[in-house]
Design a protein around this ligand. Sequence first.
Ligand code: UT7
Length: 330
Amino acid sequence: MKKNIKVGIVGLGAYIPKKILTNKDLEKMVDTNDEWITTRTGIKERHIAASDEFTSTLAFYAAKEALKNAKIKAEDIELIIVATVTPDMQFPATACLVQELLGAKKAACFDVSAACAGFVYGIVMAQQFISTGCYKNALVIGAEKLSAVTDWKDRNTCVLFGDGAGAAVLSSVDNGGILTSYLGSDGALSELIMVPGGGSKKPASKETVDEGLHSIKMRGNEVFKLAVKIMSDAACKVLKQCELSVDDIDCFIPHQANKRILDAVARKMKVPEEKIFFNVAKYGNMSSAATAVALCEAYQSGRIKPGHIVVLDAFGAGLVWGACVIQWQK
Ligand code: UT7
């Protein structure tokens, strides 16, 4: 088996559902207002999937675009990883459902549950398979229908989240590619963000529904402080691993949770604002899809050019976090 093959991202795609939910719309649903949401989160609107759109549907559209961008056929994909905390169902894996929609008959498929860091986890996992020569082409998708697990009566959380999907095709590259990565977790902090019901601990029942256990519970302020520290530490760590500094970053793509978190990370790391990609105002927090969609939009808008140093940096429920440095191939 060959080793240490360079692996890069050779195609990107995204899909955002049409329906927009604005801060003004939320004012009619809970005791909140546009001014609070804008100043505390930077979010102005988020998109909500239609009732006949599922996580697999969003993932499929994003994947189709990424394959087209990579000029690779679905039948040449050997691995599909879907990062999601909102799978279509407990099993089978959403990745298998996407495989069927794409007609990617040759692919091995599985889901990754690493919340908002799931796309970065997926990228790093796919890289291992390709760098060892096990597979040639992999598809990594971050896809979420968070509106399905949002408590639309809880103003602490419902203003934050949105639906969407982003996808990347990974293959071997001649130069650049993923230079280094770092993944971390701390299960001691698992209670900070969770959907408590519906699993083997609290299977769905009338009681779990009555107690609202099938929607997101979050201790936002504690998560906020940890996000700033962990995301800046993770980004600094990967830069150090490949002997680069903050000055070498051309495009910094952090998980789009809250503009204030991203501003605090930028201040801590001393990254100039113009090097950071922001789209949280348009989409809110799309968990695993957020970093994937941000990467796709940064690329499509010309913010990422051949040779550029791109840093992906994500953090979420688990707690889990992950960062990687990619040199965009020439
Ligand atoms: O993706 C990774 C996981 N998630 C995150 O990274 C999210 C991390 N956390 C956050 O983004 C922020 O903590 C929030 C945006 C959730 C909250 O901002 P905060 O500055 O941490 O506010 P807070 O939780 O300390 O609450 C301040 C006040 C409270 O009122 P009192 O108790 O001071 O009277 C809340 O009840 O703001 C109130 N509040 C709201 N007011 C209007 C909370 N949500 C709302 C709301 N509208 N939607």
